[in-house]
Design a protein around this ligand. Sequence first.
Ligand SMILES: Nc1ncnc2c1ncn2[C@@H]1O[C@H](COP(=O)(O)OP(=O)(O)O)[C@@H](O)[C@H]1O
Ligand SMILES: [Mg+2]
Length: 245
Amino acid sequence: MLVSCHGLDMIIAIVNQKGGVGKTTIAAHLAMWLAERGGRIALIDTDEQQTASRWLSEADQHVRVITEHRADALIECGPGLSETFDFVIADGPANLAESTRALLLVADLAVIPCGATMPELESTSATVRMLRNAQAVRRSDLPTALLVLSRMKPTRYRLTRDAMEAAHALGIPVARHSIPAREAIADAPGQRTAVWHLGLHARDAADALAMLLEEIETYAQESTKRIGDPHGGAGSLPASGAKAA
Ligand SMILES: Nc1ncnc2c1ncn2[C@@H]1O[C@H](COP(=O)(O)OP(=O)(O)O)[C@@H](O)[C@H]1O
Ligand SMILES: [Mg+2]
């Protein structure tokens, strides 16, 4: 677990062109999780439905919410925000390819959530392609990437096992922890809080989410460190363009 996240100034984009895969669920919970650990956190809400904005504006944790979906503005504001905040979490849009590309150009880590079904995994390959293109444009392994399976059913079901194989076949690391399908997780935005504040009935969902968020947090730090200094290490372009000077 992170003891102190001050000074990390990292951008984590939660992206998938497909809607309903768990982007907002992960983005809002990750932002609240890091804020509860003392981090200065900003969340960029790129979705016109503004679910994350409404959710976090009434939540107890202090997360600065910025609503922005225009691609150029995202490229311009991301790096500046990351200088002010320890983590900038971007809740990616559905079906706004330019905005998703923009996030991939400024992010240090792309978390790609995906339902554990074959159609969702197949359509996620379009987002993986965008990720590869962004890495090529940046001439870097940034953003690093992590695929997260969401709304998981028990692995004994044949479909889920096939989905696990298809997830690995996408060619990016798959998070060890996934998000189980749980009522409490669907209930959290309406309650304007994190699932771990919903009481005993949500305990199992909260534990699962906590393990995933801890994994994302650790992966964010370790994967970008492996590549080198994310802000200008040899062989890779800076993670955040505005800091190149
Ligand atoms: N693990 C889960 N269990 C139950 N419901 C979920 C889970 N993850 C997401 N949902 C619900 O599914 C819907 C889509 O999730 P959301 O995070 O908004 O996806 P996206 O941002 O990718 O469109 C929401 O109503 C959300 O509450
Ligand atoms: Mg969303």
